[in-house]
Write a protein that binds this ligand. Structure first.
Ligand SMILES: [Zn+2]
Length: 475
C-alpha cells in the first residue's frame, strides 16, 4: 500500500499564469503529485489545509535579489538565513542572488563560489547569477565553470565607473560567450558618461544631497544605454535581460527589439510602479536612495501601463538590505550613499496591489511574480502549479488588506520604502518544497534546507517550456 500524501491543499482556486481551476493540490515528496478536481472528494493526507474561497498560486521567484552584498565600503546587513526567511514571509520561495566581485582582485568565479557557500544557510531555494567587471583571457574558462555550477547568466553594469562597471568590449565579449554557453546576459543599463557628468554638474552647484537624486540620473541615460546594449545583443545574437527598467521609453526599446526578433526581456521593480520622485521631497528622502531613482508621476503611470500590457516581463525586488544608519550617514552626497532598497518581503503585496488596481488579472500577476521569472531564468521545476513541479505554493485571500509597518517586517533592516501603504495580496500560507513554512501560527523555520538550483540552458529551457502565447500559436 502506498503512503498517503504529505499535504493536500483542499478546495483551492489554483491560479497559474494563463489559467485557473478549482482543485485539491496533492503534495508528495516535496513535489506536486497531482491536481484533483474540486468536485471529487478531498484525498486523505498527513496534513490538510482547507483553502476554500482562497487563491493558490505558485511560490514567487525573485530573479533579482542581493544577499550579503559588498559594494565599496558598504555591506548589506542581511545573510541568507535572514533574506530567505523574509522571502518566505513574503510568498517568495526561490531567490536568485548575484556573485558580484567584491573588489578588483576577486574573480567572477570566486565571487560566485563564495555566494554559493553562503547560500547553504538558505531556508528557501536559491539560484545565482554570475557577474563580470573586466575582460581577461581567463573569463571564457570562468564562465564555463559557472555554467557547470548551474549558473547560466551573467550580470554586467554599464555604469558605476571604478567599481562594478564593465566596458563595452567586455559586455560584447561576454555576450558572445553566453551564446556559446546557452546562457542569459543581465544588464544594468545607465549611460555612465551622462550619469557622471550630470552628477558632477549637480555637485558643482551644491545640489548633490539625497533630495536631488532623481535629477542626477536622467531618464535618457537609461534609454540610450538600453539602445546601445540592444545593438550589441543583436550583433552577437545574445539573449539579453534588462534589470529594473524605470522608464516607458526603455521598455519600448525592448518591445521594439522583440518585434525585430531579439530575445530581449524587461524587468521592473515594485518601487518603480508605485513611488514617484516626490518621495525625494518627503520627510525621509533617504528611504528611497536607489539607482535608477524614482521617476516623475507621469513616467510611473506609463510604466505601470506597460506592466499591465505585458510589455514588462518580470517583477523583481532588487532587494538590497541597508538600514537607516547607513542610509543617513551621507545624505548630503548621493555619491557617498549606499543605494538599494529592501523589498524581498513586500514584492508580492506591492505587485499584486499595483497590478490588480490597474486592471490586471491575477493570472497576469502570477506571470510577473513567478512564472516568467522562472521561465526566462530557466529555473527548472518552478513558477507553475502542475504535476511534477516543486510544491512551492502560496495561499492567500485577495481581499485581505494590511498596512505595511516597516519595523515589523523580517528583512535585515529597520525600514520599508512602502511603510504606511495599505496593500492587498499578503500570503496566508506558504509552502516551500512541500513544507508549510508560514501559516496562521506564524513562521515555522525549516532550517537550512534551501536547495541550490542548477539552472537549465536558456534556449534549452525556452524550447521545453515555451511561453503560453507560443503554445497557443502552435495548436
Ligand atoms: Zn540590483
Amino acid at each position: 500500500m502506498s503512503r498517503q500524501p504529505q499535504l493536500v491543499i483542499a478546495n483551492a482556486i489554483v491560479v497559474n499564469s494563463h489559467d485557473r481551476q478549482e482543485a485539491h493540490v496533492v503534495v508528495q515528496d516535496g513535489r506536486i503529485a497531482r491536481l484533483v478536481d474540486a468536485a471529487l472528494p478531498v484525498p486523505a493526507a498527513d496534513n490538510t489545509i482547507d483553502a476554500t474561497g482562497k487563491l493558490v498560486i505558485p511560490g514567487g521567484v525573485d530573479g533579482h535579489c542581493h544577499v550579503a552584498q559588498v559594494t565599496g565600503r558598504f555591506r548589506t546587513l542581511d545573510d541568507y538565513r535572514t533574506t530567505s526567511t523574509a522571502a518566505l514571509w513574503g510568498g517568495t520561495t526561490t531567490i536568485i542572488d548575484f556573485g558580484i566581485p567584491r573588489d578588483a582582485q576577486e574573480t567572477p568565479l570566486a565571487a560566485a563560489l563564495h555566494k554559493k557557500e553562503l547560500a547553504t544557510q538558505s531556508r528557501c531555494d536559491v539560484a545565482l547569477h554570475g557577474s563580470v567587471v573586466s575582460w581577461d583571457e581567463t573569463v571564457p574558462w570562468q564562465l564555463g565553470q559557472l555554467a557547470a555550477e548551474g549558473i547560466r547568466s551573467v550580470k554586467m553594469y554599464t555604469t558605476n565607473r571604478g567599481s562594478t562597471m564593465a566596458d563595452g568590449d567586455t559586455i560584447l565579449k561576454v555576450m558572445r560567450e553566453m551564446v556559446r554557453l546557452d546562457g542569459l546576459t543581465y544588464i544594468h543599463a545607465e549611460h555612465d558618461p551622462i550619469i557622471a557628468d550630470c552628477t558632477g554638474q549637480h555637485a558643482q552647484d551644491g545640489r548633490i544631497g539625497i533630495e536631488h537624486l532623481h535629477r542626477t540620473r536622467p531618464e535618457l541615460a537609461e534609454e540610450i544605454s538600453v539602445k546601445e546594449t540592444l545593438a550589441m545583443a543583436e550583433y552577437t545574437g545574445a539573449p539579453v535581460y534588462f534589470v529594473h527598467q524605470s522608464t516607458p521609453g526603455a521598455v519600448d526599446l525592448v518591445s521594439e527589439a522583440r518585434d525585430r526578433g531579439l530575445q530581449a526581456y524587461s524587468e521592473t521593480c515594485p518601487h518603480y510602479v508605485t513611488l514617484d520622485d516626490s518621495v525625494y521631497g518627503s520627510r525621509f528622502p533617504e528611504w528611497f536612495a536607489c539607482c535608477p531613482p524614482m521617476r516623475s508621476a507621469e513616467t510611473v503611470a506609463a510604466l505601470k501601463e506597460r506592466l499591465v500590457s505585458g510589455a514588462i516581463h518580470t517583477m523583481s525586488s532588487d532587494h538590497s538590505c541597508y538600514d537607516l544608519s547607513q542610509k543617513r550617514e551621507r545624505t548630503d552626497d548621493v555619491r557617498a550613499m549606499p543605494h538599494g532598497l529592501p523589498g524581498v518581503e513586500t514584492r508580492m503585496p506591492v505587485t499584486f496591489t499595483a497590478m490588480t488596481s490597474a486592471g490586471a488579472t491575477v493570472e497576469q500577476f502570477v506571470e510577473a511574480f513567478a512564472a516568467a521569472p522562472a521561465r526566462i531564468n530557466a529555473v527548472p521545476g518552478k513558477g507553475r502549479i502542475a504535476e511534477g513541479f516543486d510544491a512551492d505554493l502560496v495561499v492567500f485571500d485577495p481581499a485581505e488588506e494590511r498596512t505595511v509597518d516597516g519595523s515589523a517586517l523580517h528583512m535585515g533592516t529597520d525600514f520599508s520604502p512602502f511603510d504606511g501603504k495599505a496593500l492587498t495580496g499578503w500570503p496566508a500560507v506558504v509552502v516551500s518544497n512541500g513544507r508549510v513554512v508560514l501559516d496562521a501560527d506564524g513562521f515555522h523555520d525549516p532550517g537550512a534546507v534551501g536547495r541550490f538550483i542548477n539552472r537549465d540552458g536558456f534556449r534549452e529551457h525556452q524550447s521545453a517550456a515555451p511561453e503560453a502565447s507560443q503554445l497557443t500559436a502552435a495548436l
